[in-house]
Each structure stands twice: as structure tokens, then as C-alpha cells.
Design a protein around this ligand. Structure first.
Ligand SMILES: NC(=O)c1ccc[n+]([C@@H]2O[C@H](COP(=O)([O-])OP(=O)(O)OC[C@H]3O[C@@H](n4cnc5c(N)ncnc54)[C@H](OP(=O)(O)O)[C@@H]3O)[C@@H](O)[C@H]2O)c1
Length: 281
């Protein structure tokens, strides 16, 4: 009889450890969900009116990364909302669209390795949206830095010289130029370098895991999304954001006049900004 006891107590110990880990995870998640107040920079009482007023300004915009998951959704939202009088896509390849809503698009194909040769492409846009990016798994470490840092910073420089007044950067939750993680460090460095350029208005979006039906196979991201599904359900703003919410946040934010030169929207603020104007009924 005695010989069974250590086993039972070991099992009991294991259960306790598992419980402690669960409690710890729940506490961290609760903290993630509630620590970021998610204040949106200014309370927009009537986003619909602001959107209508914005249309009258006849602003032009460009999108970098319009073939990507965020870029695609952003383009769709911009084309449907008609917020801008001219939309230019800047990318490494020409994209094909059949929808009528896209018929007035301007497409500029550039060689990102020789961006200086394409300075003219970046001239005359009021607003820029940068949704460029790759992964270390896809492009290797050097390739990741090339795209996520070099191409983004160079594009921002050219846009600034070309007269862009409001630059919107899709960065990432946890971006930190001091981080020991390459991804977060590069994101933090880019945020800081673009800030140095002194745009009239500069908005940084720091989304957590993007929720979408990604066409490209990314097993690690897919696995994370599946694992997080129940947590996302219980704590919707802690670790993820639907891409549809992110792009609405980008546009809602753009139409709200800002007194701040630099705006930083963390994941919860993105959720709140993206939901402005939604019917609650
Ligand atoms: N995925 C997430 O959960 C997550 C979370 C937080 C932040 N972010 C960040 O958000 C941004 C957008 O993410 P996403 O998932 O929407 O991006 P995505 O679907 O991977 O699209 C990336 C875009 O960048 C372009 N691009 C990639 N490599 C390029 C190269 N070598 N030269 C020129 N263009 C290149 C792609 O063009 P092609 O179509 O021609 O390849 C595409 O338009 C990224 O900076 C990412 O780090 C992502």
C-alpha cells in the first residue's frame, strides 16, 4: 500500500504545478487585457461625419504592401469608402483586379533594391500606409532586415521628401529597439527612425497576432492562431486583432484630426478605434 503513495503525491504535485501555471497564464492574460487602457487618442463622437468631411479634402494616398493580408484588406476598405480621391499602390509587381471599385487605382512597380531611382513615384501623396513585411522563415535574417527595416525606412524617407504629410506604419505589439529578439528590435528601430524624419503626422500601429484567413502557408502562425482561439474568444484584445478591425482603425484614425505629431496605437486602442461608429444594436 505504501509503495503507491509517492506516485499519488507526485501526481498531486504535478496537478498543483499545472494549476499554478494555468493561474499564472490567466493572470498574465488578464493583465494583458486590462493593463493597456486602450484609450483612443481623441474621442470621436461621430466618425461617419468625420469620414464625410475627410472625403471633401480630396486627399491622395499610397499603400506599400497592398498584396499582403493587411494591405489587401486596407485597399478594399479604402476603395469602398472612397475616402481618398487618388490611391496609388507601390509594390514590386503589378496586381490584377476585376472589381469596378478598383478601376481608378494607380499602380507603380518599383525595384526596392534601387528605391532612389523611383523617388518620383513617392511624390505628391498626402497620406502613406506601410504594410510591408516578410518573415525570417521566408527570407532569412538578412532578407527580413532588408524588407522590414531597409525598404520601410527608405520608402518613408522618399515619401517625406515627396510631400507626404501623414505616414502610417504597421509595426507590431512588443516593438522595442532594445529588445534581444530580432523581430521586435527591428520593428522598434524602424518606428524610431521614421519618427526622426519628422512627418507632420506619424501614426504607429502595434497589432498583436493578425486574425485572417492567410493564403500563404505559415505553419507557426497557423498553430499560434489555433492555440489562441479560445483565449482570443475570452480575452479578445489581449493577444490578437482581426485584420478587418485593424484597417478600420487605420482609416478611422486618419479622418480624426490630430493635435499629436506622433500617435501610437497599441492592440487594445486598435480594437477601440476600429470599432468606432459600429452600430451597437
Ligand atoms: N502576421 C501577424 O500576425 C503580424 C502581427 C503584427 C504585426 N505584423 C506586421 O504587419 C505587417 C504586415 O503583415 P501582413 O501579415 O499583412 O503582411 P504579408 O501578408 O506578409 O504581406 C507583406 C507585403 O510585403 C510585401 N513584401 C514582402 N517581401 C517583399 C520584398 N522582398 N520586396 C517587396 N515587397 C515585399 C509583399 O509583397 P508580395 O505580395 O509581392 O510578396 C506584401 O505586399 C508586417 O510588417 C508584419 O511584420 C504582422
Amino acid at each position: 500500500m505504501r509503495s503507491g503513495r509517492p506516485c499519488v503525491s507526485m501526481l498531486g504535485g504535478g496537478v498543483w504545478i499545472a494549476l499554478c501555471v494555468l493561474v499564472l497564464i490567466a493572470a498574465i492574460t488578464f493583465h494583458q487585457e486590462h493593463s493597456d487602457p486602450g484609450d483612443i487618442p481623441r474621442m470621436a463622437t461621430d466618425i461617419k461625419t468625420l469620414r464625410e468631411e475627410y472625403k471633401q479634402l480630396n486627399r491622395s494616398c499610397f499603400i506599400l504592401g497592398a498584396s499582403g493580408e493587411t494591405g489587401k484588406e486596407l485597399l478594399k476598405e479604402i476603395a469602398q469608402s472612397r475616402l481618398f480621391s487618388k490611391i496609388t499602390l507601390i509594390g514590386r509587381r503589378k496586381l490584377t483586379y476585376e472589381d469596378e471599385a478598383y478601376k481608378d487605382l494607380v499602380q507603380e512597380v518599383v525595384d526596392f533594391e534601387k528605391l532612389d531611382d523611383y523617388a518620383a513615384v513617392f511624390q505628391g501623396h498626402d497620406v502613406g500606409f506601410c504594410c510591408l513585411g516578410t518573415t525570417k522563415a521566408k527570407s532569412g535574417e538578412a532578407g527580413f532586415i532588408r524588407v522590414d527595416h531597409d525598404y520601410v525606412v527608405k520608402s518613408a524617407q522618399l515619401a517625406k521628401s515627396g510631400g507626404c504629410k501623414h505616414f502610417n506604419l504597421e509595426s507590431s505589439k512588443g516593438a522595442n529597439k532594445e529588445s534581444s529578439f530580432l523581430y521586435l528590435r527591428v520593428k522598434g528601430e524602424v518606428e524610431a527612425e521614421v519618427e526622426e524624419m519628422g512627418f507632420e503626422r506619424y501614426t504607429i500601429f502595434r497589432p498583436a497576432v493578425l486574425l485572417c484567413d492567410r493564403q500563404e502557408s505559415r505553419p507557426a502562425e497557423w498553430f499560434t492562431r489555433k492555440m489562441m482561439a479560445p483565449i482570443s474568444y475570452m480575452f479578445p484584445t489581449a493577444y490578437s486583432v482581426p485584420i478587418t478591425t485593424l484597417v478600420k482603425a487605420m482609416l478611422n484614425n486618419a479622418v480624426i484630426p490630430s493635435e499629436k505629431k506622433v500617435e501610437l496605437l497599441e492592440n487594445k486602442a486598435i480594437h477601440n478605434m476600429g470599432k468606432l461608429g459600429e452600430d451597437k444594436s
